[in-house]
Ligand binder design. Structure first.
Ligand SMILES: [Zn+2]
Length: 204
C-alpha cells in the first residue's frame, strides 16, 4: 500500500467514515498548507501526553488540570459516590455535567454494542465495570443505566443490565434505568437540562 492508501485505510476506521470519505480526507490534507498538516500531526501526537483515561470511570481528562489516575469527578469527595451512572460516551457525561442535574459518579462504556456483535467486550467496557463494582465500589448503592433510547442504545443497555444484575444482587445494589423518562430516539448528548432532570427523577 502506498501512503495515500494507508492513510485512507486509517481514516476509514473512524466512526461513521466510509472508504470514499476516507479518501477525500487524504486529498483534503494534500491540498492544505503545510502549517495546517504540521499542527494536526503535532496535536495528534500530543494527545497521549496531555490526555489520560480515568482508572475508575474511564472518561478522558486533561492531565495538566487534574492529578493522579483518577479524574476530578471521581476524586471529588463532595459528590455522591453511592450512585454510579453508566453511559455510552464522554459526550453524554459532559451533557449531564453541563445540565447540573446530577451529583453522583459515572462510568463510561466507551460506545454502544452493535447488534449481533460476537465480542461485546471489545466494544464496551463491561469487564471494567464489573471490576469497579467488585473492587472499587464498596460505597455504590445504585447503578443507573443511561444508554440512548435508540435501538442500539437499548440493545447495549439490555446487555449491560444482564451483566450487572446478578452482581448487583450479590452486592446489594439497586439497578435502575433512565429509559422511562426519555422519549424514543433520545440521545443524552443532545438532551436539555429539563429532559435530563425529568429522566433522572423518573428512573426505575
Ligand atoms: Zn473518573
Amino acid at each position: 500500500m502506498d501512503p495515500v492508501q494507508k492513510l485512507a485505510a486509517l481514516f476509514a476506521e473512524f466512526p461513521g467514515i466510509g472508504t470514499r470519505q476516507s479518501r477525500r480526507f487524504v486529498y483534503f490534507l494534500l491540498k492544505q498548507h503545510k502549517s495546517y498538516v504540521r499542527e494536526l500531526t503535532a496535536l495528534i501526537e500530543s494527545l497521549e501526553q496531555s490526555v489520560a483515561e480515568c482508572v475508575r470511570c474511564h472518561r478522558y481528562f486533561m492531565k495538566k488540570h487534574e492529578r493522579g489516575n483518577e479524574c476530578a469527578i471521581c476524586a471529588d469527595l463532595m459528590r455522591d459516590h453511592s450512585q454510579l451512572l453508566v453511559l455510552e460516551r464522554d459526550a453524554d457525561l459532559e451533557a449531564l455535567e453541563r445540565s447540573g442535574t446530577y451529583r453522583g459518579c459515572y462510568f463510561v462504556l466507551g460506545g454502544t454494542l452493535p447488534m449481533l456483535e460476537k465480542e461485546p467486550e471489545s466494544k464496551i467496557r463491561t469487564k471494567e465495570l464489573v471490576k469497579l463494582l467488585k473492587t472499587g465500589g464498596k460505597e455504590i448503592r445504585e447503578v443507573i443505566l443511561a444508554c440512548a433510547m435508540t435501538p442500539e442504545g437499548e440493545h447495549t443497555e439490555e446487555y449491560v443490565k444482564n451483566v450487572v444484575l446478578p452482581l448487583a444482587e450479590e452486592l446489594n445494589m439497586k439497578v435502575t434505568s433512565l429509559g422511562r423518562g426519555l422519549s424514543t430516539g433520545t440521545e443524552l448528548e443532545y438532551s436539555d437540562a429539563d429532559t435530563l432532570r425529568y429522566a433522572l427523577e423518573g428512573r426505575k
